[in-house]
Design a binder for this molecule. Structure first.
Ligand SMILES: Nc1ncnc2c1ncn2[C@@H]1O[C@H](COP(=O)(O)OP(=O)(O)OP(=O)(O)O)[C@@H](O)[C@H]1O
Ligand SMILES: [Mg+2]
Length: 484
């Protein structure tokens, strides 16, 4: 992983909050909204209930006062029995006022209170109820209009009281109804908190088991104890662990093979040097030194191949890609091999369609190395007097093909998969004609790696006329020259 990505991951981790906190943060606003709505509703209901209870008392009082009216020739008189006024004075909390007035007789009893001009807030029988302000206090006013039985004046009876008792009752009802709601919300939060902690316990267990793993164990996570919601994560982690285990195993095997391969030419080199040191004349030492030179060459080539493979990680190489003229690149690489093919007595040819420009997105150094490995194989295994042809052409609208063909012994079909493995050398290399073709079995693995990095395909076929080997790299084209 790149350091920039690690930094981004670290930042995002430091920003992340716990699941409990996230859940609470999401649950709290709707719970508070529910609490507020329920509070408003309870407050409204509490007031309604309190008003209803006390409005009935006011209406009863007004009706009682109306019973004290008497009529004489259409005019009203009001006789308030001694002590009856105390029924309006018993209350310590609220002040009660009353007023009885006839349309013709005027004030009959009580303090003058005029009928409020506000809207009716309640109606109980013939009694109308209003809210009003009297002597700077908010009061509830009950009004009853009574008319003389056989015509005459009408009498207005008003009883009013301040609203302290109503407010106290409403507040009490409100608190009584909100308390269980507060308890319910607190219990819900506690249940969520503890249940979540319980549900997360297996995750901690898995985390501990992961912490105890080393790069040598990398065992799969047992997710049977985990909630099914976490399974996609554990499956992905298990896949990653599998891939890591395979990659580590491959890497370990590669290092062991590489060490083994390096040991052979190194041992040869050491023996040569020891032998050469024992010689007393240059004539005696020279053939041994020539052998040492071959071993050193092998070592240099092997080391370069190993370094190349180590560097050919798809992630890092693609950043070096740029548009490359494929025909020019293959021609240039082939030209570098002409002296070697002349030396070996091999006829090296190049074929490409005239005037065709094939552009691919590529790392030219890597691609040249792959082509060089194919030419090297063809020269080595086809041997002296052979014919080797380098060809570049368009395969289809999106693909170009680079092939190296020879008329040598070819690669038997049953070996075509195996020769792509690292350190695999073909059975034919042991044969009499091919002794002296030193190699480590890395050339075709390098070609395969390069082709894969380019998003292409590698094909091994028999050459023309059913003889020799034809190895083709199919590479995705960037553009095709319109002059085609
Ligand atoms: N053109 C060819 N004709 C016949 N056999 C071939 C050809 N190219 C490859 N092979 C076979 O495939 C095997 C693997 O080739 P590869 O290039 O990977 O390794 P190598 O040539 O043995 O060693 P080096 O690492 O030096 O290239 C060879 O040992 C050889 O048997
Ligand atoms: Mg090779």
């Amino acid at each position: 992983m790149k350091f920039t990505r690690c930094a981004a991951l670290a930042t995002s981790l430091s920003k992340s909050t716990s699941l409990r906190q996230q859940l609470l943060r999401r649950l709290l606003p709707p719970l508070c909204l529910l609490f507020s709505l329920s509070g408003i509703n309870s407050y409204y209901q509490a007031f309604k209930t309190a008003n209803e209870a006390y409005d009935h008392w006011l209406a009863d009082s007004v009706n009682s006062l109306s019973q004290l009216l008497s009529w004489h020739e259409g005019r009203a008189s009001f006789i308030f029995p001694n002590g009856a006024q105390r029924m309006f004075e018993w209350d310590d909390t609220d002040k009660t006022y009353f007023h009885v007035a006839g349309s013709q007789s005027g004030n009959l009893a009580g303090d003058p209170i005029s009928r409020p001009a506000s809207v009716i807030v309640n109606q109980l029988g013939k009694v109308q109820l209003f809210d009003a302000t009297f002597k700077t206090e908010v009061i509830r006013v009950a009004v009853l209009n009574v008319s003389a039985p056989q015509g005459g004046e009408s009498v207005e009876i008003i009883v009013a009281e301040t609203q302290h008792k109503r407010n106290d009752l409403a507040r009490k009802i409100l608190l009584d109804s909100l308390f269980p709601l507060i308890v319910l919300i607190l219990v819900a939060i506690c249940v969520v908190w503890f249940e979540l902690s319980r549900a997360l316990t297996p995750i901690h267990t898995v985390a501990r088991s992961l912490e105890n793993q080393t790069h040598l164990s990398l065992d799969r996570i047992d997710d049977t104890v985990l909630p099914s919601e976490v399974h996609p994560l554990t499956h992905a982690l298990n896949d990653l662990l599998d891939r890591l285990r395979t990659a580590l195993l491959t890497q370990r095997r590669f290092i062991a093979d590489a060490a083994h391969q390096l040991r052979t030419p190194l041992t040869g080199l050491k023996l040569n040097v020891d032998d050469a040191l024992r010689e007393t004349t240059w004539a005696g030492a020279e053939p041994i030194m020539r052998q040492a030179q071959i071993s050193a060459d092998q070592l240099v080539r092997l080391t370069n191949q190993l370094l190349f493979l180590a560097r050919a990680e798809p992630d890092t190489t693609r950043t070096r890609f740029k548009p490359v003229d494929l025909i020019a690149l293959v021609f240039e690489t082939g030209a570098q091999w002409v002296p070697r093919s002349l030396e070996k007595g091999v006829d090296l040819g190049f074929e490409a369609p005239e005037g065709l420009g094939l552009i691919i997105q590529s790392d030219d150094v890597m691609l040249k190395e792959a082509i060089a490995n194919l030419i090297d194989n063809a020269l080595r295994y086809a041997g002296a007097g052979a014919r080797v042809t380098l060809e570049v052409r368009r395969f289809d609208a999106q693909t170009a093909v680079v092939s190296v063909e020879d008329n040598g012994p070819g690669i038997p079909e049953h070996e075509r998969h195996a020769v792509l493995q690292r350190f695999y050398r073909g059975e034919g290399t042991q044969s009499h004609q091919l002794t002296g073709t030193h190699g480590s079995g890395l050339g075709l693995s390098i070609v395969k790696e390069v082709v894969q990095t380019h998003g292409g395909q590698l094909q091994i076929d028999t050459g023309r006329d059913g003889a020799g080997a034809k190895i083709s790299m199919l590479l995705p084209l960037l553009t095709i020259n319109p002059s085609l």
